[in-house]
Design a protein around this ligand. Structure first.
Ligand SMILES: O=C1O[C@H](COP(=O)(O)O)[C@@H](O)[C@H](O)[C@H]1O
Length: 229
């Protein structure tokens, strides 16, 4: 289960190093397929990575961007991952990219999931998937104790599922385990000692339901870790 673990001397170097790696993988996909598909996390960590990536010299008009997961809140909320992506990734050169949203105004994720899933399915598979991880070892919105945890971890899961969990203040929509695992390149972006300790815990033998990040750490998945203190 051990994966390449890249440690950078500080967070600025981490964000630039990951941006350089992702840009190179997107360029490879564009050269091979004429298109590239990228999934990125929300949350508090990746904004400086987005600032670095949005200046990459790529054919962004042929890049599709989606989230790994969305908090089911309107874009006016400061918890909206979509707003983060629009403000920090879809800027500069990356303004030309196509964005596939996981949110539409509705009372519940279930009310709009059917509309959203078609565009996501048409874009798959992912060329590059950047994932975050919480200190509770959740990744995307696949949380320990989530209501649809078993369904999301199942190899036959649909691409997207709604998700509710004690550790998530609002309902979510998340890419599921098979959608994440099918990405050609997967990078986990973690910063700070607490998350490094959580990652070390996840490597110890324990149930997947307690440490969902393990789903992309199995030997058959091409994952590496990008880290700084
Ligand atoms: O809620 C979420 O949390 C994770 C981790 O976020 P961070 O704030 O600890 O960096 C993130 O990867 C996910 O996309 C987000 O919806």
């Amino acid at each position: 289960m051990t994966k390449p673990f890249h440690t950078f001397e500080n967070r600025a170097a981490l964000m630039q190093g990951l941006a350089d790696r992702v840009a190179s993988e997107l360029a490879d996909a564009l050269a091979t397929n004429g298109r590239a598909v990228l999934a990125v996390p929300g949350g508090s960590t990746p904004a400086p990575f987005f600032d670095a990536l949005n200046r990459a010299d790529l054919d962004w008009a042929n890049v599709t961007v989606m989230l790994t997961d969305e908090r089911f809140v309107p874009e006016t909320s400061d918890r909206s991952n979509t707003t983060l992506i629009k403000q920090r990734l879809l800027q500069n050169n990356a303004l030309a990219a196509r964005f596939v949203p996981f949110y539409q105004p509705a009372d519940r994720p279930e009310d709009v999931l059917g509309d959203i899933i078609g565009d996501v399915a048409a874009a798959m598979p992912l060329d590059v998937c950047v994932l975050g991880m919480g200190a509770d070892m959740h990744t995307a919105s696949i949380f320990p104790e989530a209501d649809l945890l078993d369904e999301a971890l199942d190899d036959n899961a649909p691409i997207l599922l709604p998700m509710r969990a004690p550790g998530a203040p609002e309902p979510r929509i998340t890419l599921t385990a098979p959608a994440l695992k099918s990405a050609k390149n997967i990078h986990v972006l973690i910063a700070g000692a607490e998350k490094k300790a959580a990652y070390s815990d996840a490597l110890r033998e324990q149930p997947l339901a307690l440490s969902p990040i393990r789903v992309i750490l199995s030997d058959d998945v091409n994952t590496d870790i990008f880290y700084a203190d």
